[in-house]
Design a protein around this ligand. Structure first.
Ligand code: PGA
Length: 237
């Protein structure tokens, strides 16, 4: 196993991760980042919104995944959500989101893949309670490409319950596991007690397509940034 595990108190997690990210942007202003939406990064983005926009001025942000089949103004749509939560405040040089308007979804997935293939220096990922990373749902293999996917029932519920999507979206577009594993560095963000069991299985169970996040253990430079409640069931913690 090659990941590093860092466990932080819950009340300092967001600030600590934000501090690290800003330091990285200062050191590498042209950083190409892949960013998720969701509950986990929301407090992190809250901190980052207050960061000096100058450190972002040469950076590129690529959106990790997106729902399909929702009206463009649906609150669940990820592209505008990340724009509201972070992008419009920090204003990176480039923000690459995922086209949901083009009816040719495979073409939108290809465009996303081309953007990511140009290089991701740092990918921030959330961990789904079902073990997904991005929308690489259970069953996704380590060589899974960037593609249109069918959502796991749990992911559909999350979209509806949490974001009030009019209808649980059935499909989405995600960067593939293989493309994510090509990122120079990965930070897996995991907070809250409800992630404790899936984090334990991700780091200490068998590597399996049933838990796509477990493939991150193959990555040579993956930091697991957990808060104490999420890390509570880990042997190492
Ligand atoms: P969350 O989910 O950050 O919204 O809890 C992570 C994920 O499902 O990828």
């Amino acid at each position: 196993m090659t990941f590093t595990l860092e466990v932080l108190p819950a009340d300092r997690w967001a600030e600590a991760v934000a501090g690290d990210l800003v330091a990285r942007l200062r050191a590498e202003p042209g950083l190409r980042l892949c960013l998720p939406t969701g509950e986990t990064p929301a407090p992190l983005y809250e901190c980052l919104r207050r960061s000096d926009p100058d450190v972002w001025s040469r950076s590129t942000v690529i959106l990790l995944d997106e729902y399909l089949g929702l009206p463009p103004d649906d609150p669940a749509v990820a592209g505008p959500r990340l724009r509201r939560e972070l992008i419009e405040d920090v204003r990176p040089a480039t923000y690459i989101d995922i086209d949901t308007v083009n009816a040719d979804h495979a073409a939108s997935a290809r465009d996303l893949d081309v953007a990511a293939a140009a290089g991701i220096d740092l990918a921030l990922l959330g961990l789904g309670v079902n073990g997904h990373i991005g929308l690489n749902e259970p069953g996704s293999t380590a060589d899974a490409g960037t593609r249109v996917v069918t959502l796991h029932p749990r992911s559909r519920e999350v979209a509806t319950e949490r974001y009030g999507a009019a209808h649980g979206p059935k499909r989405g577009i995600t960067l593939g596991v293989a493309r994510l594993l090509e990122a120079r560095e990965i930070w897996l963000l995991v907070t809250g007690e409800r992630k404790a069991d899936v984090l334990r299985r991700t780091l200490e169970g068998p590597e399996t397509a049933e838990l796509p996040a477990s493939f991150l253990r193959r990555h040579p430079n993956c930091r697991v940034l957990a808060d104490e409640p999420a890390a509570a069931l880990l042997r190492a913690a």
